[in-house]
Design a protein around this ligand. Structure first.
Ligand code: GLU
Length: 306
């Protein structure tokens, strides 16, 4: 299959709408509101290491909630299952990613690790085990073979305006679901969200999810076990795209994780990992053109888990 040609066709078809700035850039984080909407990039890496890319695939963007996939991976590497899942569920929330409603009725237990509350709870566990910020950068740098860094301006912007995240963390703390001072858990969370990477880097970094947990670049190294990789893919499919996970499964049928920076990472198990980026979001907070691009990719290649 001519994967490079397919990516180029998708980028070409969507270019006019990307130039017109389809969707609405996240403006509740001031540093993200300044990102021009007129971008579109797409990149993939196959299980055996072939890479393809088109459009703005090498431009760094704010990965935001895509980071939740990698912090969960780190938590799976670090913590026994009982400790990790004691305070976090594995069900889709059906609510916006920053909703407080369920947290009250479910006594501070976040529905899943991919909504903000769940990711803050994961960040808290990582802080407990030490050196969390350095470890997430080390993991990502190793996975994509290039130095990955925080964007301190984005992290500071979120810390200054992340009122809902502060509320979520305090709410969980009131149910004794957060061990560390909320400031420490939030500092980790805001930093992980601020990580800047390109589509090509994210597609490569997620490679272990299409390789039964095997490191994309280092032969013989497992990032997670094959069972953990299956579980990460299952969580992405059911919970990875805010309250549009059903629509994603229906239209695309791949495990995906999106972020409000406009990136979406997707996995075709046993075959390839890909990442698309366009900053304009739809009403559910997913990249508007990103979702369309994934749909076009699935139609053109016939690749889907269904
Ligand atoms: N930093 C963002 C927030 O906490 C992440 C949201 C997202 O990408 O889903 O609101």
């Amino acid at each position: 299959m001519d994967l490079q040609g397919i990516l180029e066709e998708i980028a070409y078809a969507l270019a006019p709408r990307a130039a017109a700035g389809a969707g609405k850039v996240a403006d509740y984080i001031p540093a993200l509101a300044r990102v021009p909407a007129a971008h579109f990039g797409i990149a993939l890496r196959t299980r055996d290491g072939h890479e393809a890319a088109a459009g703005d695939a090498h431009l760094a963007f704010s990965i935001q909630s895509i980071s939740k996939l990698f912090t969960l991976t780190l938590a799976m590497q670090t913590l026994p299952d009982e400790e990790l899942w004691q305070r976090i569920g594995r069900e889709p929330s059906g609510n916006p990613f920053n909703s407080l409603i369920q947290l009250e009725t479910e006594r501070g237990i976040a529905r899943n690790p991919f909504i903000n509350a769940g990711a803050i709870a994961v960040a808290d566990r990582l802080v407990t085990h030490g050196d969390a910020k350095r470890r997430v950068l080390a993991l990502l740098s190793s996975l994509c073979g290039e130095a990955v860094v925080f964007d301190e301006e984005v992290a500071a912007s979120e810390a200054a305006t992340g009122y809902r995240n502060v509320a979520l963390a305090n709410f969980m703390k009131s149910f004794q679901r957060i061990d560390n001072p909320v400031e420490s858990a939030l500092d980790m969370y805001f930093h992980q969200c601020s990580i800047a990477m390109s589509c090509a880097q994210v597609a490569r970094a997620a490679g272990y999810l299409c390789r039964d947990g095997a490191h994309p670049l280092e032969d013989g190294t497992q990032v997670v076990t094959d069972r953990q990789a299956r579980r990460l893919n299952a969580l992405m499919l059911t919970c990875g795209t805010y309250d549009a996970a059903g629509e994603f499964a229906y239209r695309i049928g791949l495990p995906c994780k999106s972020g409000v920076g406009g990136g979406i990472v997707a996995v075709v198990p046993d075959t390839l990992s890909l990442c698309v980026w366009s900053p304009g979001l739809d009403h559910s907070g997913n990249s508007a053109l990103g979702m369309e691009a994934l749909e076009m990719f699935v139609s053109a290649t016939g690749l889907s888990v269904f």
